[in-house]
Design a binder for this molecule. Structure first.
Ligand code: DGT
Ligand code: CA
Ligand code: CA
Ligand code: ZN
Length: 580
């Protein structure tokens, strides 16, 4: 699908026009096209072919012509012309977190800044702070944004990696000679960010078939740049979802598929532990198999490798050398939570705040997922940007949910809220209203850059409310875009245990917050986890698996996660914190 790429091009055209100070009306219309295209779930080229694109809101004749042009030539001339009118490095300024087209326009027009290096210099000599509407605070925020960008490692989010893997998988499945294919590396382990995507292909025949598969991969239309290509391995940068993604494809003989899966899933540190055990047992372990002298004693099946080493099977989610090999030896690995254990979703937004569908649409989608309940959690009044609900609107929504719930068959709709934690740690709604809700998530949405003491105290105070059942996305990080709050996580977890407050594992791939290691700390302290997708659309509900994987990477079992119990038990659990 070219939707994301075309959407990004329209956005960039709007950005450049904004920097050049062009007509506001045209800029807004380009933004609208970008948004509309970005939200279309079906392939834009199919809509184009079916003549249905003009029926979409905001897509007029000239946008249509540009989209057709891109579909035909892979470029848009108007976009190229706009790029030619600004210094080549100027668009990079827009990748700095917290810097938008308005900011770029200001530093470009008034300070003649044309690159990130130039902007850094202008911050250091004080000229950015001196600009009208900037000041020291904003200049410091931009400096932090640049530092963040410079630290970022080129790792991609897990949803981006999954998209790329799916693209390659679908393609390779069609290449003949292929028996099995699987992802390995950090993606199979569901690490929160991915350096490169590793794919393994099993083939029966020898060298020739392997070469044919690698050749087909490196010749594929989605390949942007081939980094290496040999008889059993191909590395390439592929175009996936509007970004370049590094993908390694390896072809291994069928009889070694299990050993290769084990080896290339890693982590490196986990593999080191395994090889130590092999050496002690006078065995040799590598990507081809487990060997005793020269005889292969295991190879095709991954589980068998662990078994022959005297270990219980270790889920890829645990292979980080965090004690899992010892536990496998002692038969004390946790029975990890699985997606199938999840009975419902705690965190979602409707059109009443900043979501794009209503309660009944979410109910229908949740039924398809086989859920027993969902909890509706729109934003509260202080979240102005997210169109938070007033107290009156929430009271109305609760009534509406109660009514829908009476009619709903086979599913319970819980009335909840994602209530802002105010700067002083108080809740954005009063207790009387909160008492009407089945479940309350409290989240920090502003002042995230504050000092450790302040952000920690604020979060601890929120947990003191008898109506707060869960802290939403506790650190507030956005992967690749915004640092986590400087929370004292040990203190937060301790207080969560003391107050019987759950901590959220937000399943959105931008967040994954709590992260795996924090999940483990929470579980060890006896804190319950709540997995929420934070869906803003019915599609968003599908992110649950990423939250489950993150909790499991923190060694979570069914008993550690509230999503695995019935809605009646959830209500009881939530009430147990309230005044009798
Ligand atoms: P990434 O790509 O940075 O997100 O992380 P990984 O874990 O996917 O790392 P990658 O792609 O370099 O390698 C995939 C797996 O292959 C890795 O987890 C373990 C295995 N592997 C790669 N190179 C070595 C090595 O030099 N020694 C050992 N023991 N294993 C390796
Ligand atoms: Ca990798
Ligand atoms: Ca790799
Ligand atoms: Zn939130």
């Amino acid at each position: 699908m070219k939707n994301k790429i075309i959407s990004a091009l329209f956005d960039q055209m709007a950005d450049i026009m904004e920097i050049l100070g062009e007509d506001r009306f045209r800029i807004n219309s380009y933004r609208k096209v970008a948004r509309v295209i970005g939200d279309i779930p079906t392939d834009i080229e199919n809509l184009l072919a079916a003549g249905q694109l003009t029926k979409m809101p905001g897509i007029g004749k000239s946008s249509l012509a540009k989209i057709e042009e891109f579909a035909g030539t892979g470029a848009i001339a108007a976009h190229q012309e706009l790029l030619a009118r600004i210094p080549p490095e100027l668009p990079e300024l827009l990748t700095i977190p917290g810097v938008g087209p308005k900011g770029v326009k200001a530093v470009y027009d008034q300070l003649n800044v044309t690159s990130i290096a130039g902007l850094k210099a202008a911050i250091e000599d004080g000229s950015v702070a001196g600009l009208a509407g900037f000041g020291d605070k904003k200049a410091a925020a931009i400096a932090r944004g640049i530092a963040f960008l410079e630290k970022s490692t080129g790792r991609i989010r897990i949803d981006q990696a999954l998209g790329a893997a799916e693209l390659v998988r679908g393609f390779l499945l069609d290449v003949s000679g292929m028996l099995r294919i699987r992802t390995a590396g950090s993606l199979r382990r569901r690490v929160e960010t991915i350096g490169d995507v590793d794919m393994l292909v099993a083939n029966q025949a020898g060298r020739e078939a392997g070469e044919r598969i690698i050749q087909a991969f490196t010749d594929a239309v989605f390949v942007r740049e081939v980094l290496a290509s040999g008889p059993t391995k191909g590395s390439a940068i592929i175009e996936a979802g509007g970004i370049g993604v590094h993908v390694d494809v390896r072809v291994v003989p069928e009889e070694s598929f299990g050993a290769a899966a084990q080896y290339f899933t890693g982590s490196k540190e986990h593999n080191v532990r395994l090889r130590e055990i092999a050496v002690k047992a006078k065995l040799k372990l590598n990507e081809y198999g487990l060997f005793k002298a020269d005889k292969m004693i295991s190879g095709p099946i991954e589980e068998e490798i662990y078994q022959k080493l005297g270990l219980d099977y270790v889920s890829p989610l645990l292979r980080e050398d965090r004690g899992e090999v010892q536990a496998a030896k002692e038969h004390s690995l946790p029975e990890l939570i699985q997606l199938g254990d999840v009975k419902g979703d705690f965190h979602m937004h409707t059109i009443a705040s900043d979501g794009n569908c209503d309660v009944s649409e979410l109910v229908e989608a949740a039924k398809k997922l086989g859920y027993e309940y969902i909890c509706i959690t729109d934003h509260s009044k202080s979240s102005v940007i997210a169109n938070g609900l007033s107290a009156k609107q929430l009271a109305q929504q609760i009534k509406q949910i109660r009514k829908l719930n009476e009619k709903a068959k086979g599913i319970t709709i819980l009335a909840g809220s994602e209530v802002d934690i105010l700067a002083n740690g108080k809740m954005d709604f009063d207790d009387e209203l909160l008492a009407e809700l089945d479940f309350v998530i409290a989240s920090v949405h502003s002042g995230l850059a504050g000092p450790r003491e302040k952000v920690t105290t604020r979060t601890l105070k929120a947990m003191d409310s008898p109506y707060v059942n869960c802290i939403g996305h506790p650190t507030g990080r956005l992967i690749g875009q915004r640092e986590a709050m400087d929370l004292d996580m040990a203190a937060v977890i301790k207080h969560a245990a003391e107050t019987n407050t759950a901590l959220e594992v937000n399943a959105n791939p931008w967040r994954l917050d709590l992260k795996d290691t924090h999940c483990r700390m929470a579980i060890e302290a006896g804190v319950r986890l709540v997995i929420g997708t934070d869906a803003h659309s019915t599609d968003g509900l599908g992110l649950m698996g990423l939250g489950v994987a993150t909790a499991a990477r923190g060694w979570a079992t069914k008993a550690d996660v509230l999503n695995t119990i019935s809605p009646a038990k959830i209500r009881r659990w939530a009430r147990s914190k309230r005044p009798k």
